[in-house]
Design a protein around this ligand. Structure first.
Ligand code: ITT
Length: 198
């Protein structure tokens, strides 16, 4: 069965390609001709992930998975949250990281706690399934590492390394996205076993 990954973010896509290896499904990226996903008008990660999944599933006529994710920083009352991709004026990864570090300027280590959240929504012929994952850590004062994407260079994991210092399989063994993806895979197989029995 083909399942489309409803994202335009190459960093996410690369992670999904790794995570999808060995699963019984063929995960495909969305064709280049689809230039943009719809505006993220939801108020939650779930609502935004659903917007992406439903749009792509209806466009391509196959099941799709939407990913809405971001960083919640405790000292900023959970910001940037669903606005993580649009945090700085340019929305570029580097500028988003700089703005976040600036906003935490002067805060000591114990006040810099944060977590990544990932909500995945599968849209399967009108049936909706969802799963969530989190990764706890804190926000650094400097960039470190060249792997990954987004806020990875300034996110310190619980073992003290910046996420961008981890190899892709190391990140996938702990990440919010991999946690959500594993749960979603189980829900997909439950959905299909159920339809088969009915
Ligand atoms: P799509 O909507 O096309 O999937 P997007 O980048 O707009 O791509 P989101 O709206 O979900 O996706 O925004 C997610 C933001 O959170 C974005 O700025 C990412 O850089 C950041 N983010 C999410 N997961 C991350 C991860 O594993 N590592 C670093 N940053 C991450």
């Amino acid at each position: 069965m083909k399942i489309a990954i409803a994202t335009k973010n190459n960093g996410k896509l690369k992670e999904f390609e790794e995570l999808a290896k060995g699963t019984p499904y063929e995960f495909i990226k969305i064709p280049e001709i689809i230039k943009d996903l719809p505006p993220e008008t939801g108020n939650t990660f779930y609502e935004n992930a659903l917007i992406k999944a439903e749009f792509i599933s209806k466009k391509l006529g196959i099941p799709a998975i939407g990913d809405d994710s971001g960083l919640e920083v405790d000292a900023l009352n959970g910001s940037p949250g669903i606005f993580s991709a649009r945090y700085s004026k340019t929305g570029l990864d580097n500028d988003n990281c700089l703005k976040l570090m600036e906003n935490l300027d002067g805060l000591q280590e114990d006040k810099r706690s944060a977590r990544f959240r990932c909500c995945l929504v599968g849209y399967f012929e009108g049936k909706i399934i969802q799963s969530n994952g989190t990764l706890e850590g804190s926000i650094a004062r400097e960039f470190k590492g060249t792997n990954g994407f987004g806020y990875d260079p300034i996110f310190i994991t619980e073992n003290g390394k910046h996420l961008a210092e981890l190899e892709k399989d190391e990140k996938n063994s702990i990440s919010h996205r991999s946690e959500a993806f594993k749960t979603l895979l189980n829900k997909i197989s439950e959905l299909f076993n159920k339809s088969f029995v009915e």
